[in-house]
Ligand binder design. Structure first.
Ligand SMILES: *Cc1c(COP(=O)(O)O)cnc(C)c1O
Length: 393
C-alpha cells in the first residue's frame, strides 16, 4: 500500500477532518491526473462527481482567465451582467426540465445551497410549519442545518443538540413518509440518487409518490441535485428520469467543474417568500464564479453532456458488471457503484486501484464509486476496467 502523504517528519498543516491522503496530485488533463512524481492516473472519481467536463478544460480555463482580467466581484449592493446571464441560463435549464419558471440564488457549495433551501422552506411554510422530512442514508452537507437534514445519525451525535425540526424516514418507503408527515412538516428534501449513501437510485415511482403527497398536503418538494445535477445521471437533473416537477432544486458540484459554486432554484412564487435581508452571502453572484457556470452550461449543451453520461454510463456499467469479483452494478448514467463480492474489501481494493493508477472511491465498505468526467473515452473505460480486472484477480 502507498505511504501516507503526511508523516511524523512531514506533519499535515490541515485541521484533521479528512482521512490521511496517500497521493498528492499536481495537475490534470481530461480524465488524466498526474501526481507530484509524474505518475499518471485515470480519474474515475472526477473529484467526487465535480469534474464533468474534464480537468483543465480549455473553455473553462479561458473563461476564468478572461473574467479574472475583467471583473471578479462587486458585492450584492450592485448587479453584474455575468450573474444575470448565469441565472437566466439556469432558469432556462430548469424551464426545459419542468415547464416552470423560477428564481436563482447563487452560493458557494452544496451545503449552502441546501441551507438556503431549508431556510426558504421555513419562510414559505411560516411559523409552525418548519419541519422537513428527509431520508436515512441521505447526505445534504456539513453545515448545522444541512447536517440535521442528513440522514446519518452517527454524523449528528458529536454535535448534539441538532437544530429542531428534522425527521428521517427509510429511503424509498412511501408509507413511512406518509406516516412521518403531520401539519408541522413544510417540505420534503430528497436526493434522486443517494450519492454519498452508496449510489442508491430512488426506486421507481418514489419521486412521483413524493410529488403527490406534497400536492396533497401542501408541502414543498425539494430535490438535492448537488451530486446528480448537470448531466451526471444521463439527464440534466436526476428528477427528469421520473418525470416529476419539484418546487426547489439545489445544485453545486459539477456546476463549476471544480470552481466552488452552488445554487438554489425555486419556483417564482415560492422564491418570493424571501425578502431582502432574509438570506445572503458575500460571494453570491460572484462574477468569476458565474462566468464559470455560464461556460459549464454552454459547453455541456455543446457536447450534450447528459447524452454522453447516458451512453458512456451504460457502457461502463456493462463492462464493470462483467468483471469477476463484481457482484452487481447500480446507479444512473456516469454515477455508478460496483458492489464487490464478499471476498473483497472496498477500501483495500480502492488502495490497490490507486497503486495501479486508477482513482475511484470506496463509497461503502463493500462498493466502489465511479464518476469519471462525462467526456471520458471508450479507450479510457477499457483501460480503467482492465485495471479493476487485474486488481480483483
Ligand atoms: C456533496 C453533496 C452535498 C454537499 O456539498 P458541499 O459542496 O460539500 O457542501 C450536498 N448534497 C449532496 C447530494 C452531495 O452529494
Amino acid at each position: 500500500m502507498i505511504a501516507p502523504v503526511f508523516t511524523v517528519d512531514k506533519p499535515s498543516p490541515f485541521i484533521p477532518v479528512f482521512a490521511a491522503p496517500t497521493v498528492t496530485f499536481e495537475r490534470g488533463s481530461g480524465t488524466e491526473l498526474f501526481d507530484v512524481d509524474g505518475k499518471r492516473y485515470l480519474d474515475f472519481l472526477g473529484g467526487l462527481a465535480v469534474i464533468g467536463l474534464g480537468h483543465a478544460n480549455p473553455a473553462i480555463t479561458a473563461a476564468i482567465a478572461e473574467q479574472a482580467a475583467t471583473l471578479m466581484h462587486v458585492s450584492n449592493l450592485f448587479a453584474n451582467p455575468v450573474a444575470i446571464e448565469a441565472a437566466q441560463m439556469i432558469n432556462a435549464l430548469l424551464h426545459e426540465a419542468t415547464g416552470l419558471d423560477g428564481l436563482t440564488f447563487f452560493c458557494n457549495s452544496g451545503a449552502e445551497a441546501n441551507e438556503a433551501a431549508l431556510k426558504l422552506a421555513r419562510k414559505f411554510g411560516g411559523r409552525g410549519r418548519h419541519a422537513v422530512v428527509s431520508a436515512y442514508g441521505s447526505f445534504h452537507g456539513r453545515t448545522l442545518a444541512a447536517l440535521a437534514a442528513t440522514g446519518q445519525p452517527a454524523k449528528h451525535e458529536p454535535f448534539f443538540p441538532m437544530p429542531d425540526g428534522f425527521r428521517h424516514v427509510a429511503f424509498g418507503d412511501v408509507d413511512a413518509l406518509r406516516a412521518a408527515v403531520d401539519p408541522s412538516v413544510g417540505a420534503i428534501l430528497i436526493e434522486t440518487v443517494q450519492g454519498e449513501g452508496g449510489v442508491v437510485p430512488s426506486p421507481p415511482g418514489y419521486l412521483r409518490a413524493i410529488r403527490d403527497l406534497c400536492d396533497e398536503r401542501g408541502m414543498l418538494m425539494m430535490v438535492d441535485e448537488v451530486q446528480t445535477g448537470f448531466g451526471r445521471t444521463g439527464r440534466w437533473f436526476g428528477f427528469q428520469h421520473d418525470d416529476v416537477v419539484p418546487d426547489v432544486v439545489t445544485m453545486a458540484k459539477a456546476m463549476g467543474n471544480g470552481f466552488p459554486v452552488g445554487a438554489i432554484w425555486a419556483r417564482t412564487e415560492i422564491a418570493n417568500a424571501f425578502v431582502p435581508g432574509d438570506h445572503g452571502s458575500t460571494f453570491s453572484a460572484n462574477a468569476l464564479a458565474c462566468a464559470v457556470v455560464k461556460t459549464v452550461i454552454t459547453e455541456m449543451r455543446r457536447i450534450d453532456g447528459p447524452g454522453l453520461a447516458a451512453t458512456h454510463g451504460a457502457y461502463l456499467a456493462e463492462q464493470l458488471a462483467a468483471v469477476p469479483g463484481v457482484s452487481f452494478v447500480r446507479g444512473k448514467g456516469l454515477l455508478l457503484a460496483a458492489e464487490l463480492e464478499p471476498a473483497h474489501d472496498a477500501k483495500d481494493v480502492y488502495h490497490r486501484l490507486l497503486d495501479n493508477g486508477l482513482v475511484t472511491n470506496a463509497v461503502t465498505a463493500t462498493a466502489l464509486r465511479f464518476a469519471p468526467p462525462l467526456t471520458v473515452s471508450r479507450a479510457e473505460i477499457h483501460e480503467a476496467v482492465g485495471i479493476l480486472r487485474t486488481v480483483l484477480a
